[in-house]
Ligand binder design. Structure first.
Ligand SMILES: [Mn+2]
Length: 372
């Protein structure tokens, strides 16, 4: 174990390390707080409460153990940072707990909390996530900075203002040069996420979902969870759409499917995706492009993801989606992610929230790995 003498460390830096849970840049990269004592100035004035730090790779043998069930829940137990000025992050996680866009069972408003709690399982000690199949350590603390910005404010029953709050938060994340990772909420929250990219470079949208979500307007509703892909393709900055996992009945009619295809969408069912295989599936998506990925948890089979409002049998399993996303992260530049429709009240074993958290953690790790 390597330690630093407390006298060699400026208090501001110590506080930064304490606040971030680790230091990711500069000469102290990788250092963490190992033990806590009072730090005093030469005159004896108390200046802080930290002393030794360590960059021990795993740091399980000193300081706090911080098991997954200990402490306050943030995404992956990364630092909670509501102030954009303090983000300085590669990825900013944002909750969008709005579910008034649902057409059957509501409950996705509790999705961000459930996914955050489940994600603590993958807080990975202190050393990142070693994948023995890939031979890669993902999410190394000194290389990838992730913060949890908390939730966009939600105004009950008020879709437009709730969406504006989500759009504002995502715009702030983009303004700081970070990649937004948004946890819904129902799929309507994708609409403000895509709107926030309006002033950014164009994107190809990749949707993983059981449902097409391509309703134009019905009874005046334009911003429900059956509308987001239609709203996205209306935007100039969305250059194309690939819809994967689509199956069974949904609120989109035959005409909606025709509209989607006429507007350039590539619609692929679970069975078609399996017939193509990973390589051919990836080849259908523009190469060396910028992507936004929206994942509806109901793309997965209800046998592993029951906790959602509109489950549909015949869905994907975990590695089918992870391996596709792994390939997509290598194929181009994923600039934004949302994962929606986790509704914990129907998630009796908690496996849906764990699936969501595991997928997001691994997707973030792969995006970061391909950027470095
Ligand atoms: Mn959806």
């Amino acid at each position: 174990m390597q330690t630093l003498d407390d006298a060699t460390v400026e208090l501001a830096r110590v506080q930064e390390i304490a606040r971030c849970g680790g230091y990711h840049k500069g000469p102290l990269a990788g250092f963490r707080i190992a033990s806590w004592v009072h730090l005093r100035s030469g005159s004896g004035r108390k200046m802080g409460t930290v002393q030794a730090m360590t960059n021990n790779e795993h740091a399980y043998d000193s300081g706090r153990l911080d098991l997954p069930f200990v402490g306050i829940c943030t995404f992956g137990k990364y630092p909670y940072e509501p102030d954009p000025a303090e983000w300085n992050a590669d990825f900013v996680v944002l909750g969008a707990p709005y579910d008034c866009g649902t057409q059957w069972r509501s409950g996705a408003r509790l999705g961000p909390r459930a996914v955050r709690e489940a994600s603590t399982l993958f807080s990975f000690g202190h050393a990142g996530a070693y994948d023995h199949e890939d031979g890669v350590v993902y999410l190394e603390a000194d290389k990838v900075r992730i913060v949890d910005a908390g939730d966009a404010d939600i105004v009950h029953t008020d879709t437009l203002n709730s969406h504006l709050n989500i759009e504002g938060a995502v715009s702030q994340i983009l303004g700081q040069g970070s990649i937004p990772v948004v946890i819904g909420g129902d799929h309507s929250v994708n609409i403000p996420c895509i709107n926030a990219f309006r002033d950014q470079a164009p994107l190809h949208l990749v949707q993983i979902d059981a449902h097409l979500d391509f309703v134009d307007v019905r009874h005046g509703v334009r911003y429900g969870h059956g509308n987001p892909m239609r709203r996205a393709l209306e935007q100039d900055h969305v250059t194309g759409l690939t819809q994967i996992g689509i199956r069974n009945v949904s609120s989109t009619t035959r005409e909606g499917y025709a509209d989607a295809r006429n507007l350039g969408s590539d619609i692929i069912s679970v069975r078609q995706a399996r017939r193509f295989g990973r390589r051919r599936l990836l080849e259908r998506i523009p190469a060396s492009s910028d992507y936004y990925v929206t994942i509806d948890i109901d793309a997965f089979d209800p046998s592993i993801a029951s906790g959602t409002g509109t489950p549909s049998h015949g869905g994907f399993l975990y590695y089918e989606v992870l391996e596709f996303l792994d390939g997509l992260a290598a194929r181009g530049n994923i600039r934004g992610v949302d994962l929606v429709e986790v509704a914990p009240d129907y998630d009796l074993s908690g496996s849906t929230a764990i699936l969501a958290a595991q997928l997001l953690m691994n997707l973030i790790g792969r995006i970061a790995h391909n950027r470095s």
